[in-house]
Design a protein around this ligand. Structure first.
Ligand code: BGC
Length: 258
């Protein structure tokens, strides 16, 4: 018999290379059933990506026995009231797109849209390295781009976009994101110097209490954390790859709560 008391929401994480989707048990932050991943359509136009999301959500909802569950979608963009305002690692036609409305029409119920790093940060603060952490906390996601989520005593300040701080005359994420290490063929040590420079720049402006580093590289934290010299403590995220899905689901559940 299905557990009818369990609250489930569906989270989607849109990235430059893949769109990932899963059903999430809101109380535990655990995925219910399998996570599904589809390659991001190329070009990653809004219409193409919305279609992929709608199919994934329908399938995941069915598989989890929760076809009407709230839906949250994290995208690599500034999001204001469902409208995507920027497009750094996704097709430029996302700029000014009413993603909330398009997804809601396609899926047939309200959809919460938020920045992907904000989504990952929400999950990390609730279930990972940020649990119980007060003060000014950053969750930075290091992937194709560098995403940032800022929390003040646990409350999210959305859309901070610290990947686009200017360092040495260009976007900081061009050197400090995880793919920058691979693209430039750098050792972990050499790349950690670039990341460290970015973290020092953040510290000079925000003086955070704690910095949590997420994204795929967090599983290799021992290869670069020892080289960092920045003042605040820096710790790896605990939730790994599913943080974006879990946080998007949590945002949807919160918005749907009576
Ligand atoms: C985008 C952010 C996003 C980050 C991680 C950046 O290039 O501007 O919105 O959070 O990449 O995907």
């Amino acid at each position: 018999m299905p557990d009818v008391t369990r609250r489930i929401a569906i989270g989607v994480d849109v990235g430059g290379s893949g769109v990932k989707c899963g059903a999430v048990d809101i109380a535990t932050g655990q995925l219910v059933g399998a996570r599904r991943r589809v390659a991001t359509p190329q070009p990653s136009t809004p219409a193409a990506v919305v279609g992929v999301i709608a199919r994934l959500v329908e399938r995941i909802g069915r598989e989890a026995g929760a076809p009407g569950a709230p839906v949250g979608v994290g995208v690599p963009s500034v999001v204001i009231e469902g409208v995507t305002k920027t497009a750094a690692n996704i097709d430029p036609t996302w700029i000014g797109f009413d993603a909330g409305r398009a997804l809601g029409a396609s899926i047939g119920r309200p959809v919460v849209v938020l920045n992907d790093a904000d989504a990952a940060g929400i999950a990390e603060m609730r279930f990972g390295a940020g649990v119980g952490k007060a003060g000014t906390v950053f969750v930075l996601t290091l992937g194709t781009g560098l995403g940032s989520a800022l929390f003040i005593n646990g409350v999210l300040v959305p859309n901070t976009e610290l990947g686009h701080m200017e360092i040495r005359g260009r976007d900081a994420e061009r050197r400090s994101a995880a793919v920058a290490r691979i693209r430039r063929g750098l050792s972990w040590k050499a790349w950690s110097g670039d990341l460290d420079e970015h973290l020092h720049a953040i510290d000079r402006l925000f003086w955070p209490t704690l910095i949590i580093l997420g994204g795929g590289v967090s599983k290799n934290a021992d290869r670069f954390l020892p080289y960092l010299t920045v003042r605040p403590p820096v710790v790896p995220a605990q939730l790994r790859n599913d943080a974006g899905i879990v946080g998007a689901a949590m945002a949807a559940e919160e918005a749907a709560a009576p």
